[in-house]
Design a protein around this ligand. Structure first.
Ligand SMILES: [Zn+2]
Length: 251
């Protein structure tokens, strides 16, 4: 279970507050080559379709531009994002979100096809041992793996973060963690966030634009659902925290 201090509710810490704190002042910039060496393959492991965009679109673009091999592993198909909805039923969502993910990757300019594990959305922690085995079977020495941070606040993000780190230790590869919902529940300068291990990758204007365009492909996450009365999964204030001109990773 996720610790009560990392619960995602309300609108979270506004991006204006993060801007006021000035993340680049506290988190050093690194080059793409510092994150992924010339002979390394970049493997991004996303709990839900869209996490690869929210956390790593700029890193993926940089890898592609540098001619690095890229692989994407999709842990769930994101079928649980609209409980009770008649607009999006779970079996439809699994297909819709897969298509959205493919469109988003095309928008980024990447020709990469995700390998899908199909674990149940919302219940990754119940399959954590299985996930360690799946990931360990697909990564190899010479990879750098990037996934969601194991204290990110969303149960699937945390379970995926733990499982991928365990697999990375087993295989002997480096693991980077991308905070996503962390920006929601944490406060500026929050002592629960490992700022001493944080680095940032600055995005060119072109890469930042491509990231924003790619996120627009995830329409199911951006629109309100009139059949449940719920607002979008990613309302504007959540998107603002994730469409910065840099991405942060914990080493
Ligand atoms: Zn997610």
């Amino acid at each position: 279970l996720v610790n009560a201090s990392r619960v995602i509710e309300g609108e979270g810490t506004p991006e204006e507050a993060w801007e006021g704190w000035d993340i680049p002042l506290h988190v050093p910039s690194v080059s793409f080559g510092d994150l992924v060496a010339p002979d390394e393959r970049l493997v991004v492991i996303a709990p839900h379709p869209d996490d690869e965009i929210l956390g790593t679109a700029g890193l993926l673009r940089a890898a592609h531009a540098a001619g690095r091999a890229v692989a994407l592993l999709a842990v769930t198909d994101g079928e649980a994002s609209h409980p009770g909805s008649t607009l999006y039923r779970p079996e439809q969502l699994a297909l819709v979100r897969q298509q959205e993910s493919e469109a988003a990757l095309r928008t980024l300019g990447l020709a990469v096809e995700a390998m899908r594990f199909g674990l149940p959305d919302g219940k990754v922690s119940a399959h954590e041992v299985e996930l360690v085995g799946l990931v360990a079977g697909l990564i190899r020495r010479g990879d750098v793996v990037v996934t969601t941070w194991e204290l990110d606040g969303h149960p699937d993000h945390e379970a995926t973060g733990r499982a991928v780190r365990a697999a990375a230790v087993l295989v002997g590869v480096r693991c980077l963690a991308a905070p996503i919902w962390t920006w929601h529940w944490s406060d500026v300068g929050d002592a629960r966030v490992p700022w001493d291990r944080a680095v940032r990758l600055d995005l060119s204007p072109e890469d930042a634009d491509a990231k924003a365009d790619a996120l627009l492909q995830h329409r199911s996450q951006l629109e309100a659902d009139p059949t449940t009365g719920r607002g979008p999964i990613l309302p504007p204030w959540a998107r603002a925290r994730l469409l910065r001109n840099f991405e942060v990773f914990f080493r």
